[in-house]
Design a protein around this ligand. Sequence first.
Ligand SMILES: Cc1ncc(COP(=O)(O)O)c(C=O)c1O
Length: 376
Amino acid sequence: MTDWRISLFEPDFNEDDERAVTRPLRDGWLTMGAAAREFEDAFAARLGAPRAAAVNSGTAALHLALMALEIGPGDEVIPPSLTFCACANVIRATGARPVFADIHSRDDWTMSPADLEAKITPRTRAVIVVHYAGFACRMEEIASIAKARGLAVIEDCAHALTTAYRGAALGTWGDVGCFSFFTNKNMTTGEGGMAAARDAALDERIRRLRSHGMTTLTLDRYQGRAISYDVTHAGLNYRIDEIRARLGLSQLARLDGFLARRREVYRQYRERLDGSAITIPFREHDIEQTGVHIFPIALPEATDRTAFIEALKSEGIQTSIHYPPIHRFSAYQEYAECGCPLTEEIAAREVTLPFYPAMTEEQVEIVCEAVLRLVR
Ligand SMILES: Cc1ncc(COP(=O)(O)O)c(C=O)c1O
């Protein structure tokens, strides 16, 4: 492992987290049970959502949302291309076809409502929006297009954990809000996720599908509530376990502290890089209304990005790219001409700087000094 002076991300665990992960071992029950239910209830309450189903990744949440909406062969689903590959992979896994939408502008890197509308065909069943870096998509416009055209809305909230947007939490605007608790997220369970469905019947299908389509759980049989089961759907094993659920509860209790510190780091970055040749996106957005998950910048067009990243690396500063456009990956080469010019431009200039709650003012200053010197 490279010994970074400043790494891209560092998780934050304390003694409460440590106690949380060992509790299921002492309780003697590890598979999905009481802790998972407690985590679901606490998470739903935090969102102001009627319900949420805990799963073992954000990818599982997205896949289950599509499966529960009965999306499959012959259908089209519109995700952005400037996102993590899971958004398109899950569409493919159902047998449906992804149709990529461009970003809105050089400032707002979330899905363009106009391009979404342009890419709807009679086969389109759903849209997957991604609240990039934690900044809300144009949800009023997207929700109204979806309503008019009869599309389901899946919100990928992997970066948006958890924020109110114009009075309602992200993840409660669409039909299903999908969350990830992967290690680098605003709170973590190692691997883990949550699917918050607005509709009770949809939630019921998600819960059934996450556990093989079975009508009872191992816990039900252990507790004598059932002796057998039926399989009503061809489901999968997307269950969370009690160890992760306990860590999730502990991290959820710490989330406000993480978010407050993330906002301070974000503000320091913004102030320090302001007025330079670097583009800091989402200038119109209020940081108090975001999950502030990453700190992305776009380099000036003339800057050699690879040389910039290598120069920072030589100073011990780790960076990342969010994201290589999905339509440029080998598995998606048939989409090379998918009509996402702004995505192409921004994705070629984007660099993500180190960003995490425990980052000190001094560390932010070291990164900013190096960045400004290198683009000058
Ligand atoms: C935007 C986005 N969507 C989906 C995922 C998939 O989540 P997971 O890694 O929990 O499967 C991630 C993160 O990893 C993500 O950043």
